[in-house]
Design a binder for this molecule. Structure first.
Ligand SMILES: Nc1ncnc2c1ncn2[C@@H]1O[C@H](COP(=O)(O)OP(=O)(O)OP(=O)(O)O)[C@@H](O)[C@H]1O
Ligand SMILES: [Mg+2]
Length: 275
């Protein structure tokens, strides 16, 4: 079980995230980035955050601590933004909290060097959980006190959106060509040798046990939340031993050219520029 705290103050929305996460303070005096059950992405995003966040930390990767947060929407009454008000209203009860890392910077692959061992471990982990959301466009990593931290595991384990087809995912390749750490000569074989033996049935079972029951109930095709937890274990476990063989590290796709005008970005437009 995750530690459960109660939100005491809604501080501010984090404008960056697609799911409109917010910063809240809680009765344990902690400050958390809160992901809401009422967000459009749905509660499976939170399930993925818990299982993958707990797994990542158990494997020795840096993932901020997770808690579950009781929210009484009344604490957001002072929030002027209509969209935030709606989100808070739709999210009474248990939400997910991630320890807020104050002063952390968004990871920039051109400004921060990652050693090949660590790059390999992160890419291997992302292949295991099928993370499609750690590209150079949207790295979902932070640099805090000079170290790399992994956040945002909401877009992982794609198979949990279609359980009947989940078995087929064990053999599928993982294309890491656009991964934010692909340029650091990632040692995925070394990572596999170190991490795969740690991904045991017990470890995944413990991570799945941390998901609050209310995010698992009423999943079509499952009679109980324990049966659904078991399905996560069965989907992840067979991937660990051989997933490194299916990691593709090819040429990254070309960066999109900014559509913003040159006067805004500081870059001079090539076409039609006056001499
Ligand atoms: N633990 C944290 N400490 C400090 N800042 C954080 C933390 N978690 C998230 N943030 C900040 O909030 C932003 C949004 O967080 P996150 O990526 O988890 O949200 P999201 O809604 O899932 O985003 P998206 O789907 O758009 O990638 C991050 O890019 C980062 O700037
Ligand atoms: Mg994100």
């Amino acid at each position: 079980m995750l530690t459960e705290v109660t939100a005491t103050r809604y501080v501010t929305p984090l404008r960056e995230g697609g799911s409109l996460p917010g910063i809240v303070e809680a009765d344990d005096l902690g400050t958390y980035v809160m992901k809401f059950t009422g967000a459009g992405q749905g509660r499976k995003t939170l399930v993925a955050e818990v299982i993958c966040g707990q797994l990542g930390r158990a494997l020795g990767l840096r993932v901020p601590d997770l808690v579950s947060i009781q929210l009484d929407p009344v604490i957001g009454l002072g929030e002027p933004d209509q969209e935030v008000q709606e989100l808070l209203k739709a999210s009474g009860g248990l939400n997910l909290g991630m320890d807020f890392l104050p002063g952390a910077l968004g990871f920039d692959p051109l400004a921060y060097e990652v050693d090949p061992i660590e790059a390999g471990q992160v890419i291997w982990f992302d292949a295991l959980i099928n993370n499609v959301d750690r590209s150079w466009r949207n790295p979902n990593m932070l640099v805090w006190h000079g170290e790399l931290w992994l956040i945002d595991h909401g877009a992982t384990m794609i198979w949990h959106h279609n359980w009947p087809g989940a078995g087929g995912w064990a053999e599928k390749p993982y294309d890491a060509s656009d991964h934010a750490l692909a340029r650091f000569s990632p040692e995925v074989e070394t990572a596999a040798a170190a991490l795969a033996p740690l991904v045991t049935e017990d470890l995944i079972t413990a991570a799945a046990a941390d998901v609050p029951d209310e995010w698992l109930v009423d999943e079509p095709g499952f009679d109980s939340t324990d049966e659904l937890r078991r399905a996560y274990v069965e989907a992840l476990l067979p991937r660990a031993a051989t997933v490194h063989e299916r990691i593709i590290l090819g040429e990254p796709s070309r960066p999109r050219v900014s559509q913003a005008p040159g006067w805004l970005t500081g870059r001079h437009e090539q076409k039609g520029a006056r001499a």
